[in-house]
Design a protein around this ligand. Structure first.
Ligand code: AMP
Ligand code: ZN
Length: 113
């Protein structure tokens, strides 16, 4: 298994887990860009948002059902930002769809993360 996030989900590579259920895994970003920076991923490998289809969108829905739980665990009571990078122009470095949850402080108004 070569995908970094599949290996993290499988426990082959250590991570700082925040939340897990049957379909979703969430862990702290190793290089945080905000006071709170968590990555929320489906356990099933999907390359990016550009690969979402009717066949796998329930896994993405599960991620979005998990995000409020992650936010509550991290006490993001005053709001947060959710970002997914796609492909080369989106600067996606890990080709396993992931949603950055950023918060814990007032974020810059621009959409960078
Ligand atoms: P992206 O650039 O959108 O593909 O985001 C990939 C994210 O994964 C970056 O924010 C990295 O800091 C993060 N990352 C890379 N390796 C690890 C790791 N082993 N554990 C946690 N986060 C990681
Ligand atoms: Zn993967």
């Amino acid at each position: 298994m070569s995908c970094l996030f599949c290996r993290i989900i499988a426990g082959e590579i250590p991570s700082s887990k925040v939340y897990e259920d049957e379909a979703v895994f969430a862990f702290r970003d190793i290089n945080p860009q905000a006071a709170v920076h968590v990555l929320v991923v489906p356990k099933e490998h999907i390359e990016s948002a550009d690969a979402i289809s009717a066949d796998n969108s329930s896994r993405v829905a599960a991620v979005f059902e998990a995000i409020p739980k992650v936010a509550a665990i991290c006490r993001l009571t005053n709001g947060y930002r959710v970002i997914t990078n796609v492909g080369e122009d989106g600067c996606q470095s890990v080709k396993h769809i992931h949603f950055h949850v950023l918060g814990g402080e007032k974020l810059p108004e621009n959409m960078g993360n």
